[in-house]
Write a protein that binds this ligand. Structure first.
Ligand code: UDP
Length: 371
């Protein structure tokens, strides 16, 4: 069988594209080296609880078309992400809002008090443009919050000092002078009832799928099989690391089933001190609070998330968009643009941080260029 498209990787990016290709009558083959579809948004039902196998995935978007699209594939619940931070045993609300400020500074009662205290603390940065994440954080919320809620978490997550990280990482964290614990500013938010895997299943309807199949085991065969290839694995690997390795951050997940109904009372608790080796604990049943059977069951499933430095053979999760890597990526991108048969997509193929909605939008844009 000859295909119009071979899609390497069965994650959200390729599934979005495949859905369009099939609707246009194209023949598609999707391969993935894992034993399942859905990439990192894969959820698996264990003990009646949908487990986010590769970390917490909360769908949020400002784009109405994207929201309508995902809602046409599954029913979404009204989950709102309100993570809590645990700093050496004391709990604080995230993102930084009046609940956080009132807890950290006991004399802060009103938004005016909070603003005054933040301004006082940010004064140490007076007149200087923040050059790194530490300076950016202090000018945004002051040193008290930086030291309790940002420093330890960020240094664990990225494996380097906040003074050596770009300010841009922290820019997406909201700071609010209201009592609003909703982590995201987007208009639409929720989790698909029954998990994410069913969404990808629907998107891939009409495609041939081969799991446990590594593109690199037989590149030539895959090339001969299709007119075009959409490749969503790492871009440097495709080019045999010829300019050197791009850097990624990896994650290790430790999942445990506990004989209790409710372990932490929230889906996500961040551990923001430097000593705790993990960055967060996810308690999966809280992502679907409308699932009464799971909520009342005297069993719960939790996952501890440990950040890790990526080395060949590990799962890459995040691109590290610092200067060295950006320069290196630009070289690979130049090569990629010269390929007439292969197109690079997704977080790893485009070496970029994508939320789920951005992933769908990027795939739609690619489809527009193709047709
Ligand atoms: N962050 C932090 N403390 C927290 C949560 C986040 O300092 O409790 C910072 C940290 O620098 C992190 C960035 O905000 O890298 C983005 O965090 P988020 O949890 O949004 O990233 P995710 O891993 O979920 O994409």
């Amino acid at each position: 069988m000859h295909y119009d498209y071979l899609l390497v990787g069965a994650g959200l990016f390729n599934a979005t594209l495949a859905n369009i290709f099939v609707s246009k009558g194209k023949k598609c083959l999707v391969i993935d080296k894992r034993s399942h579809i859905a990439g990192n948004i894969f959820t698996e039902n264990l003990d009646g609880i949908n487990v986010h196998k590769y970390g917490a995935h909360i769908f949020h978007t400002d784009n109405k078309d994207v929201w309508n699209y995902v809602n046409s594939l599954a029913e979404f619940n009204r989950y709102t992400n309100c993570p809590v931070a645990n700093y050496n045993g004391t709990l604080y609300n995230l993102p930084f809002n009046m609940n956080t400020f009132a807890k950290i500074w006991s004399d802060v009662i009103t938004p005016e008090d909070a603003q005054k205290r933040i301004t006082e603390q940010a004064a140490e940065m007076a007149g200087r443009i923040p050059q790194n994440l530490e300076e950016q954080a202090i000018s945004l919320v002051g040193r008290d919050i930086y030291e309790r809620l940002i420093k330890g978490y960020t240094e664990k997550q990225w494996g380097r000092k906040c003074t050596e990280l770009p300010a841009s990482i922290i820019k997406r964290l909201p700071v609010r002078l209201t009592f609003d614990n909703n982590y995201f500013n987007d208009r639409y938010q929720g989790i698909p009832i029954g998990g994410y895997t069913q969404i990808i299943e629907k998107m891939l309807e009409g495609c041939d799928i081969q799991l446990n199949t590594d593109f690199f085991d037989d590149k030539e065969k895959w090339f001969s099989l299709a007119d075009k290839i959409i490749y969503t694995c790492t871009i440097d690997k495709y080019f045999d690391y010829q300019f050197g390795e791009l850097e990624y951050r990896s994650l290790r997940f430790e999942t445990e089933t506990l004989e209790k109904t409710n372990f932490q009372g929230n889906a996500v608790i961040n551990y923001t001190d430097a000593e705790t080796p993990y960055t967060r604990i996810i308690e999966h049943k809280h992502f679907e609070p409308e699932n009464k059977a799971a909520m009342e069951k005297p069993v719960t499933i939790i996952t501890r998330e440990y950040p890790a430095t990526w080395k060949k053979g590990d799962e890459p999760y995040y691109a590290v968009n610092d200067e060295r890597n950006s320069v290196l990526y630009a070289k690979y991108k130049e090569l990629a643009d010269k390929q007439d048969k292969v197109i690079f997509g997704g977080r790893l193929g485009m070496y970029r941080y994508f939320d789920m909605d951005d992933t769908i939008i990027a795939a739609w844009e690619m489809a527009k260029k193709l047709f």
